[in-house]
Design a protein around this ligand. Sequence first.
Ligand code: MG
Length: 421
Amino acid sequence: MRIRDIQTAVIEANYDWTIVKVLTDEDIVGYGECFFAPGLTRIIHELKPLLIGQKVADIDRLCRLLREAGATGAGQGGMFFHAVAGIEIALWDAFAQWLEVPLYQLFGGALRTKIRIYADCHAGEGLSSLSAICTPRIPWWMSPTRETQHFHEIHLRAHGGRSEEARQLPDPQAYARRAAQVKAMGYTALKFDVDIPNPYIRDEFNRSLDNREIQMMESIVAAVREAVGDDVDIAIDCHWRFSAESAIRLAEALKPYRLLWLEDPVPPDSMEALKQVTTASPVPIAVGENHYTRSQFYDLLVRGGVSILAPDFQKTGLLEGKRIADLAEMFTVLVAPHNISSPIGTLASAHLCATIANFLVLEHHGLDVPFWEELAFGWDGPIIRNGYIELSETKAGIGVELNETVALRYRRRDEPFFDRL
Ligand code: MG
């Protein structure tokens, strides 16, 4: 089976879900997904001449060729890797369909088929949508009503914007209500942002937290713990925002709430700051969504001393993701993959999680996207049920096709939609 064509489409959801479609000479079609980036589909189309006519099964060789092609222009990470990851996932999906096996069989078989999912609840509000350069937006398919204007205000607030609402104190009870709702849906783990919104911020660049800010963050976590009780795990995201000393003071304040992890407390490129935090923090520290290769993850483990790795398989790809997880297993470090994808990327990640001994929990970031479930074609009932994805032992590949009729309805209009312009 050889590659006949590579096509792309972008769905405008809470992020730009970037889908890669591999067409083969045997009429098998594979779908993959990349983590969004500005100009990403242009890179995928530039790579096409290296792929057309190649054997679908030669996945490692092809990915090495693609990364080599980008090595001088793109370095060891970033959007070029996102492009390769999306192509790679589509190739695994096509190859597994050709073999008529679930994708997890290609990575050693499933250690479990029921994959635990955690819900990202960001800043405790409803749908928040970001452009490819992470600015708040109203998706074009939302009609311009007062309600959408309200959404936009919330987006600005959630992302630290300068609207009137951004200057208001966040309400811990809103986070608590959201947590209780998500628990009632069956989730056993959830994640909130505490770094945004932050009306107390004095200096946008120095990364310091004062006592008021730490107290505000603690009050949010306390309300969430109170709302869900002890049997739901809580993770907290900091988006690389703090200095080492501020992160340590925050971690100490959050110790009583028995967090699953504190995520990305310090800038992703400072291994020394990370080491200070992991050494002093009484809360497990999770890092990884901005890292790409196993040598970068080796540094996180050995120099950074992290407790939990959070690779994003729509950035690393699946094969490198498996290598990263195996590396972490040598340190008895758990893997909790980051994931903001449509059902295509989420299911591809779930298949890999099935094969990872040290898997903890997989993220779902699409809870508020009204058509998330509708995008998958060929699954029986909801993909996420009671906080789990139960993988089929009989469905080949990732187990679904993209529902292109639904995807077309929410397409990004300035992007190609597969073979249509
Ligand atoms: Mg994060």
